[in-house]
Design a protein around this ligand. Structure first.
Ligand SMILES: CC(=O)[C@@H](O)[C@H](O)COP(=O)(O)O
Ligand SMILES: NCC(=O)COP(=O)(O)O
Length: 241
């Protein structure tokens, strides 16, 4: 079974645009779970342009499914935040300062010692670790040497190519996932997954544990409503449908 973790960054973006508490991020997280989401993902960034550090403390108190905090462990503030909140999962993403959104995975070979050290810190605190990687066999093999529990496949390239040629778009992801499975790594995926491209991805990637989806899901909710939208995404993940 592939779990759906809803990324609520965009709810915080909307809230912050007016300075008040509408929409209420905490209520939205509770409702996502009530509507069937199997996890809540946030990606606090140093400028707090969407998720604020305080939001993470507030969410930790109410999330009853799986809490996944994504971010850049090169920021000491991020490490402290994760250790103080002990989510079920931390996803390490190699962002640079000022980046609009995540746009690349780790070079798991060049950063092997750094990742090994960071992963040890989080695992010693009882937190499952996932690291963001491109669908590249060498990077997956490098990830396995760091001690990470899981990888998160960066799916922007798949999403981008999907409409032109979905078989070609998914090929490197299938290969990367097969190698990850052989090496005993769990497999997550995310970035630009949506109602058009998700079903094919989930049906073809072996051992897919979890997808985290934010931008498209929250956009779809404007048209379909949050409850319907979450159900629609869950159906894309259901192999019996
Ligand atoms: C790691 C990843 O692909 C997503 O978390 C993405 O980075 C969302 O972050 P933003 O909402 O800041 O674009
Ligand atoms: N890890 C990916 C994520 O949380 C959401 O990415 P997106 O759906 O907002 O592109």
């Amino acid at each position: 079974m592939t779990r759906l973790s809803v990324n609520i960054n965009k709810i915080a973006t909307l809230r912050n645009s007016r300075g008040g508490n509408n929409p209420d991020l905490i209520q939205v997280a509770k409702d996502c779970e009530r509507f069937g989401a199997q996890g809540i993902t946030v990606h606090p960034r140093p400028d707090e342009r969407h998720i604020r550090y305080q939001d993470v403390f507030d969410l930790k108190k109410i999330v009853t499914t799986e809490f996944n905090i994504e971010g850049n462990s090169q920021e000491q503030k991020f490490i402290d935040l994760v250790l103080a909140n002990k989510p079920e999962q931390v996803t390490l993403v190699p962002d640079v300062l000022g980046q609009i959104t995540s746009n690349h995975g780790w070079d798991t070979i060049a950063n092997q010692q750094y990742l090994t050290d960071m992963i040890t810190v989080f695992k010693n605190a009882g937190i499952r670790v996932s690291i963001f990687v491109d669908p590249d066999v060498e990077m997956v093999e490098g990830a396995a040497k760091t001690g990470t529990d899981r990888i998160e496949l960066y799916t922007e390239a798949y999403a981008h190519q999907y409409h032109a040629n979905k078989e070609l778009a998914i090929a490197p992801y299938i290969k990367a996932a097969e190698v990850a499975e052989e090496l005993g790594l769990g497999i997550n995926a995310g970035h630009d997954l949506d109602l058009q491209n998700l079903k094919y991805f989930a049906a073809n990637i072996p051992g897919l544990d979890e997808v985290s989806i934010g931008h498209a899901l929250i956009s779809d909710a404007l048209y379909y409503g949050l409850e319907n939208t979450i159900q629609m995404y869950l159906r894309c993940l259901d192999k019996t449908q």
